[in-house]
Design a protein around this ligand. Sequence first.
Ligand SMILES: Nc1nc2c(ncn2[C@@H]2O[C@H](COP(=O)(O)OP(=O)(O)OP(=O)(O)O)[C@@H](O)[C@H]2O)c(=O)[nH]1
Length: 292
Amino acid sequence: MTQIDLSTREARWRHFGSVDPIKGTKPTEKENMPDLQSSKKDFLFEIEHVGIKNLIYPVRIDDFQTVGNFEFSTSLNQDEKGINMSRIIESVEKHYDNGVNLDFESLKALLNTLQSVMFQNTASVDVDAKWFFNRYSPITKQKAVGHADVRYILSVNNSKVTRKSLGIKVPVTTLCPCSKEISEYSAHNQRGIITVLIDLDTEITLPSDYKDIVLDGMEANASSMLYPILKRTDEKAVTERAYENPRFVEDLIRLVAADLVELDWIKGFEIECRNEESIHQHDAFARLKYNK
Ligand SMILES: Nc1nc2c(ncn2[C@@H]2O[C@H](COP(=O)(O)OP(=O)(O)OP(=O)(O)O)[C@@H](O)[C@H]2O)c(=O)[nH]1
C-alpha cells in the first residue's frame, strides 16, 4: 500500500472525499446580495405571527440560572415578503445579561426592541422554562431545590400590551377519596400534574410574588405537595396529610379555581389536572376554563 501523508486535517478531509469549493458566480459581499425578505409587492395576505420557535437560550428566574425555550414572532404586512429573522436573536442579545431575565418587564422591553428593528406594530413571545426554588421539608425544615415549569406569554401592539399570560405546571400527590371511602384500610394515591394558564389583567400591577401565590394555590389544595428531601418525621406528616385531604381530579381543579378567582389581577384561567393513576395503565383528568 502506498503511504499517504495524513498528518494534517486538510489532507485527511481530502482523503475522505472533500473537494475545493467551486468558483461561484453569485455575490459574496452582503451589499451585493439580493434582500429577498425585504422585497415589496402585493403578497395577498398579512400575517399575524411569523418568527422563530424552539429557541433554547439561558434565562434567569429569581436567583437561579436556567434554560428557556422561546417562540418569538412579529406581524408582517401584506406588501412585505418576509421578516429578517436574524434580527430576532440580535434583539435577544441586546437584552442578554448572563441570561435573559424571565419577568414581564424584561420581556416587554425585548419585544419593544423587536418591534423597532422589524418595523412591525405587533410582537409576541411565548417562553417555557424550568423554575427552581428553595423548598423546605415540612417538619425538619431541610432545604433543597424544588422545581415547577413556568410559561410567560406576552403580546404587544404598538405601546399596548394585548396579552399577558402566566402558565405554571407542577406535580403533586392526590389520594383517591373513593378508595379511602370503600377500603378497610389504605387508599391508593398517585402523581397528579396540575397545569394552569392564567390570563392576567394588563392594567393591574402584579404583586412581586405572583408566581408563588399561584403555585401555592396549586400545591396547597392537593392532597400533598412534593418535597426533594423527606426525613422520617417529614414522611409521616406528608403521608398523613394526604390521607386527611383526599382529592379527585375534579376536586383539585375546583379548589385551585376557587383560590384563583379571588385574585383581582387574574382575568381568567384554564386549569387541568392529570393523574397518573397507580391502579390503572391510563390517566384520569379534569379541565376547566373560567373567565371573570
Ligand atoms: N423570512 C424568513 N427567513 C428565513 C426563513 N428560513 C430561514 N430564514 C432566515 O433568514 C435569515 C437571514 O436573513 P436576514 O435576517 O434577513 O439577514 P440580513 O438581511 O443579512 O439581515 P439584516 O441586515 O438585519 O437585514 C437567516 O437567519 C435564516 O435563519 C423563512 O422561512 N423566512
